[in-house]
Design a protein around this ligand. Structure first.
Ligand code: UDP
Length: 315
């Protein structure tokens, strides 16, 4: 049994990570300030003697008593509407908070893990499609998404510097679009928006013409890839995501079919600047070094997500 200090434990990904670590028999000290995380995501863990939830903004330095084997920094807003709503908190989560968590890992002689993102690739051109870990990215440093993208780029930079300068054991995952139960119904992202609209019989909104692409990974596949990475010897970033690429319009049609909704699919002007035209992970490194690839089909993953959102929004 190992002891994990996990920031963002009440978030979408953090709560699934907590479940998996507890299932593996570990002890989890979860940190969250609930700015985007929700206590309901971990309500089912109440009473588990190996799970401890602590209210803490990890952008502020704090002390943690006791030993820690792994420090995992997964706390961050991650949806484009949140970048507009809470830009400074988003930047702090990638920057100050990464320092705080790295310092804790150093002090505890723990292994450090950071959740980075495909956003560090920005809006990749055709010659960098799909995205390999060796691609440096095409990020607008001053656009509305930059508060997330640049903070995460900085997070990777500072993590590698701690590895080089202090010999800290570090692991970096680059997460591509992930979906599943426990996403906030109102987080404004494409999967939650389209499902909630379909369930409510409201128009399903395609931003722009709906021809932009994403590659959607179900949360259990992502968590499995992350855990393999954390336990591996790989010290440089690894992409984890599903390589099956779809247009947003295709996604809407699949969701419409699975929900049996009569909602019309409509186009609306792009609300956010610098929306990447295409996004798809090259996962050959994850396959090679982690023996990982996703298993859950989009239909199975979406069915589980639809069921959970249906309960949550009670329609
Ligand atoms: N999108 C859409 N309709 C929506 C919400 C999002 O067409 O109601 C599009 C958005 O413009 C983007 C893609 O879906 O091209 C994915 O958006 P999301 O916010 O889920 O994540 P991103 O990958 O952009 O961070």
């Amino acid at each position: 049994m190992a002891r994990f200090l996990l920031s963002g434990a009440a978030g979408f990904l953090g709560s699934h990570m907590s479940d998996r670590l507890l299932y593996e028999g570990h002890e989890v000290f979860g940190l969250d300030n609930y700015i985007t995380g929700r206590q309901s995501n971990v309500a089912h863990l109440e009473g588990n003697s190996r799970f401890h939830l602590i209210q803490q903004d990890v952008s502020d330095p704090f002390t943690f008593p006791g030993e820690v084997d792994y420090v995992m920094h997964m706390a961050s807003p991650a949806s484009p509407p949140d970048f507009k709503r809470i830009p400074f908190e988003t930047m702090r989560a990638g920057s100050f908070a990464t320092h705080v968590m790295l310092d804790l890992a150093l002090e505890k002689k723990a292994r450090f893990f950071i959740a980075s993102t495909s956003e560090i690739y920005g809006d990749p051109p055709a010659e960098h499609h799909p995205q390999k870990e060796s691609y440096f990215g095409n990020v607008n440093p001053i656009g509305p998404r930059s508060v997330y993208d640049e903070a995460k780029r900085y997070a990777e930079t500072v993590t590698m510097a701690y590895q080089r300068e202090y010999g800290l054991e570090t692991r970096i995952v680059r997460i591509f679009n992930t979906y599943g139960p426990r996403m906030r119904p109102d987080d404004g992202r494409v999967v939650t928006n389209l499902i909630c609209q379909a369930l409510r019989g409201e128009p399903m909104t395609l931003y722009g013409d709906g021809s932009q692409t994403r590659s959607f990974c179900f949360v259990s596949d992502l968590i499995d890839g992350i855990l393999r990475l954390v336990l591996s010897d790989e010290k440089e970033p690894v992409n984890i995501g599903n390589p099956i690429e779809r247009t947003v319009r295709e996604l809407a049609e699949i969701i419409k079919g699975l929900t049996g909704s009569q909602s019309p699919v409509v186009t609306v002007p792009l609300p956010f600047k610098d929306d990447p035209r295409q996004r798809r992970p090259d996962i050959s490194k994850a396959k090679r070094v982690l023996g990982w690839e996703p298993k859950v089909t989009i239909e199975d993953g979406l069915r589980l997500t639809i069921d959970s959102l249906r309960k949550e929004i009670a329609v």
